[in-house]
Design a protein around this ligand. Structure first.
Ligand code: SF4
Length: 441
């Protein structure tokens, strides 16, 4: 956002007060702090308005698409490195199908794609979109495929083809999902722009090199199109990484507007497809399209995506409380752990695996794992004793003992002294819990 003085220079300087501020400078100061809108001044001219809107826009445009009730958001990133702050919008993962496939094959991929969903650390991870390719060059097969997919699933849609006329009926058929359309290159840019503008759809533009890509995205912008996605698929992995990095760097560090858009990569399939998709998730692809719907490929990619797009300063956490794993009775075993989500779900899963219904007392360590929290003084005998009192553990769990993680065995003496409970030192690793609990019972 420009400073108040920079804004003031563009204002009409009438000091008329119609914006509810006595002077233009006062209005400029409010605008710089985002407390008012440019439109509140009725006298600002269009050129100044556009200039202010552009200088205040985020370095990478935010684009929304997909079903109304589950819209996907891409772009609006501000960092080159995750540890500087965080990455905001997780890479959209899409699987491709094409309109020349036999219907049974289309059905098989659709059903497989719908099953690509699992839970990890309390979050549901799933496939986001289907990319429908117009390989036939005809409108009718693509439209039929688009209707089938929208009728039978809630996926966001990406329509790929060379001929805008062949894409138009399919785009209309799924317009409620605001499909992404592409790919526009130097041979079909005009037609693709008019298709995108007609339906107010995001447009993918593609070029073999960054100079040409910059030219095409500028032309699309000049035509009045706002939502542009840059296709940065490259033959060589090294070129892929280089171009993705240059585009992100120029957008974020130099506010280079032709590159201030989300990016897309067609990863393909096989081992190289996995490498490409991995690179895209780690380094700046807003959308990755794979030609495979195999869970063995997609699940690790979804896990990687979850890790990359988690705020590094705010670890995933679960609530501090006494959890029931299975159907514990008052005399069932009582275990202790911390509220780092990955720790909690691993421990809870291992208790479930044991088949021994148990109580799991989870301490709020601000999302730190057991050893880190212990070292940081956030998981101590004193804090655990307070927790036991707070949740009335001795009334609910009558075994009289508590199983603490093996890594914090050093707190056992003090904890016994403070609570009077028998302290049992459990396994150092969560994976040892099933055997440990079975031995106890
Ligand atoms: Fe200045 Fe516009 Fe406010 Fe009038 S309405 S004081 S011209 S900013």
């Amino acid at each position: 956002m420009p400073t108040a003085i920079e804004i003031y220079k563009l204002l009409p300087k009438k000091n008329c007060g119609e914006c509810k501020f006595p002077t233009c400078l006062a209005f400029a100061m409010q605008l710089a702090n985002k407390k008012v809108a440019i439109e509140d001044c009725p006298y600002i001219d269009d050129a100044a308005k556009t200039s202010l809107q552009e200088s205040g826009a985020p370095p990478i445009r935010l684009i929304k698409f997909g079903p109304q009730d589950a819209q996907l958001e891409i772009g609006d990133e501000t960092e080159l490195f995750r540890h500087d702050k965080k990455f905001y919008h997780p890479t959209v993962l899409a699987v491709s199908m094409n309109d020349s496939m036999p219907e049974e094959e289309q059905e098989r991929i659709l059903q497989q794609a719908k099953k690509l969903e699992f839970e990890r650390a309390g979050q549901k991870l799933k496939l986001d979109a289907l990319a429908l390719r117009n390989d036939t060059g005809k409108a009718e097969p693509l439209e039929r495929l688009a209707r089938k997919v929208t009728g039978e699933s809630k996926f966001a849609i990406i329509l790929f083809g060379k001929d805008p006329e062949a894409l138009r009926p399919a785009a209309l058929a799924c317009k409620d999902r605001r499909p992404v359309v592409g790919t526009a290159d130097k041979t079909n840019l005009t037609g693709m722009i008019s298709l995108a503008k007609e339906g107010n759809l995001p447009l993918v533009v593609s070029a073999d090199n960054l100079d040409e890509l910059s030219e095409l995205s500028s032309k699309a912008k000049e035509s009045g199109l706002q939502d542009i996605i840059l296709d940065l698929t490259r033959e060589e992995l090294a070129s892929q990484l280089k171009d993705l990095t240059i585009v992100r760097r120029m957008a974020v560090k130099s506010s280079y507007r032709p590159f201030g858009y989300p990016t897309l990569m067609r990863a393909g399939s096989g081992e190289e497809g996995v490498s490409r998709a991995t690179l895209g998730i780690a380094k700046y692809s807003s959308i990755v399209v794979l030609d495979v719907a195999d869970p063995a490929v997609l699940y690790p990619l979804m896990t990687l995506r979850q890790s990359i797009f988690t705020d590094p300063q705010v670890p995933l956490q679960v609530q501090e409380k006494l959890y029931e794993i299975g159907s514990p009775k008052p005399e069932s075993p009582l275990l202790l752990t911390t509220n780092f989500a990955l720790t909690y779900f691993t421990v809870a899963g291992d208790i479930e695996k044991s088949g021994v219904s148990s109580w799991l007392l989870v301490a709020n360590t601000e999302g730190l794992s057991v050893m880190t929290a212990f070292a940081a003084g956030k998981f101590t005998a004193e804090s655990v004793a307070k927790l036991i009192l707070k949740f009335g553990i001795k009334d609910k769990c009558t075994s009289g003992s508590i199983i603490i993680p093996g890594m914090v065995s050093r707190m056992s003496g003090k904890l016994n002294e403070l609570t009077g409970m028998k302290i049992v030192v459990g396994p150092r690793e969560s994976s040892g819990i099933p055997k440990f609990l079975k031995t106890l019972s």
